[in-house]
Design a protein around this ligand. Structure first.
Ligand code: PBG
Length: 324
């Protein structure tokens, strides 16, 4: 079919035609909202680089999660900022740690919402790396033991799902074994499988107070140049027992999302990270683009690329926009 017989514009003439031929859609069902939890009460500290987001104490977290529940958001993802950090990340697996208490409170007060916990050590170590150090680098095998212990402590506190993000080799297997041995064989693992060493995490590190105190994360997070390697990482996580695999960040890695969708049949998550959020917010604040339209377009693009679910700081705003 060619012009002038075929005219694609025929099916774009009005909104009803466009609705009928629309291939992809956004739904609140697919959104996961991240939160940063701190100790204390009545804390709501704005995160400058992430307008509308705060470090929240557990009492205020409950209020925010209630709002998202009322908007129909199915799940939240929690990051904890402990009172004190140390070399061994003891705050990560403490029975009364900030995340363990946040999970228990949420499951008590807003039980309708699924609580997913990020399982990493960078918020809990004094040096800000994602595991225990041996010399100047993160020691893999002792770290995955601690990640297993941390995940189990989250599950025992009531977490509905755990999400390991440290990019250590064997972390999914170590966590699966720890959960199974601890009687939490029903707790699913959402694995940050292809997580890149990205500049787009900048605002998050302010929010989670987790910037590395020296060096970078390039010895454990992936090189942005690689996509075959992402498939290998995903294969490993599938074999180690991941229930959901993830690509992170999302926007600069839509090709990886598409490949993962084609090569694996596990549910696929994409993490629309802090820097992706911040750049839209900054441009919108300057009046340089329509923030709401840009938000909806980028979330739709992540779905179109193949993500089944999206972790996004836009979750609340997108749910409100979709409900209008
Ligand atoms: C923990 C972790 C990070 C993010 C999620 N989990 C930061 C990092 O790896 O430095 C980034 C999320 C975001 O930027 O929104 N390792």
């Amino acid at each position: 079919m060619h012009f002038p017989e075929y005219r694609p514009r025929r099916l774009r003439q009005n909104e009803n035609l466009r609705r009928l031929v629309r291939e992809e859609s956004l739904s609140v069902d697919k959104l996961i909202a991240p939160f940063f939890v701190v100790t204390g009460t009545k804390v709501k500290k704005p995160i400058d680089s992430m307008p509308g987001h705060f470090q929240l104490s557990i009492d205020y977290l409950v209020k925010e999660v209630e709002i998202l529940r009322d908007l129909g958001i199915p799940a939240v993802l929690l990051f904890g900022i402990p009172e004190t950090k140390d070399e061994m990340a003891t705050g990560a697996f403490a029975k009364d740690g900030v995340i363990q208490r946040a999970v228990a409170t949420l499951k008590d007060k807003v039980s309708e919402v699924l609580v997913i916990t990020d399982v990493c050590l960078c918020e809990y170590t004094s040096h800000g790396h994602c595991g225990m150090l041996d010399g100047g680098d993160v020691e893999n095998d002792s770290t995955i033991e601690v990640l297993g212990e941390t995940a189990l402590s989250h599950a025992k506190a009531g977490a509905d799902m755990v999400a390991p993000s440290a990019m250590m080799d064997g972390q999914v297997l170590a966590i699966r074994e720890a959960l199974d041995e601890g009687g939490c064989e029903s707790t699913p693992i959402m694995a940050y499988s292809a997580k890149y060493a990205s500049a787009f995490y900048g605002p998050f590190r302010e929010a989670a107070e987790s910037a590395p105190q020296f060096g970078d994360r390039k010895s454990y997070q992936m090189d942005p140049a690689n996509s075959d390697e992402a498939m290998r990482e995903m294969t490993l996580d599938v074999e180690e027992g991941a229930d959901i695999i993830m690509v992170k960040p999302a926007l600069p890695y839509l090709d990886i999302i598409r490949r993962a969708k084609e090569e694996f049949d596990l549910p696929l998550a994409a993490y629309n990270v802090s820097g992706e959020f911040a750049m839209i917010k900054a441009a919108a604040a300057m009046g340089w683009l329509d923030g709401e339209q840009a938000m909806l377009e980028l979330l739709l693009a992540i779905r179109r690329a193949g993500a089944d679910m999206i972790i996004t700081y836009f979750a609340g705003e997108a749910a409100a926009a979709l409900a209008r």
